[in-house]
Write a protein of this length. Structure first.
Length: 117
């Protein structure tokens, strides 16, 4: 996964657990795509301090994900729902030879989703 996408996902799930100062700086990097120098000037701190805060936030957010695995579960469930949608479209489009197979696959996927929740 591209780093900025990963940072955004991790922040979406765990950002509220950071301090308000960390949130402000991290959002400037991830969502506003500001440079460290721009953020440093805006915050009245050194570029190195901004760099350190961003690295600390990265480690903190990754630590939360290692323990809680919310992003991984979200991605897994999203993938299963996409598969259910694909199977449903094939069924509705008459592209199937054995309708029972599709019903079984959809039930299996939905059961796996329920287990992950």
């Amino acid at each position: 996964m591209e780093k900025i996408v990963e940072q955004g996902l991790l922040y979406d799930f765990y950002g509220e657990l950071l301090t308000s100062h960390q949130q402000e700086i991290y959002e400037s990097v991830v969502y506003e795509n500001l440079s460290l120098g721009e953020i440093a000037e805006e915050q009245g701190i050194s570029r190195q301090a901004v760099h350190d805060i961003v690295k600390r936030c990265d480690r903190t957010l990754l630590g939360y994900e290692e323990k809680l695995k919310l992003v991984a579960r979200f991605a897994s469930i999203k993938e299963k729902i996409s598969e259910i949608n694909r199977l449903s479209e094939q069924y509705e489009g008459g592209e199937i030879e054995d309708p029972a197979y599709y019903g079984l696959k959809i039930r299996e996927l939905s059961e796996r989703i329920m287990q992950e929740l």
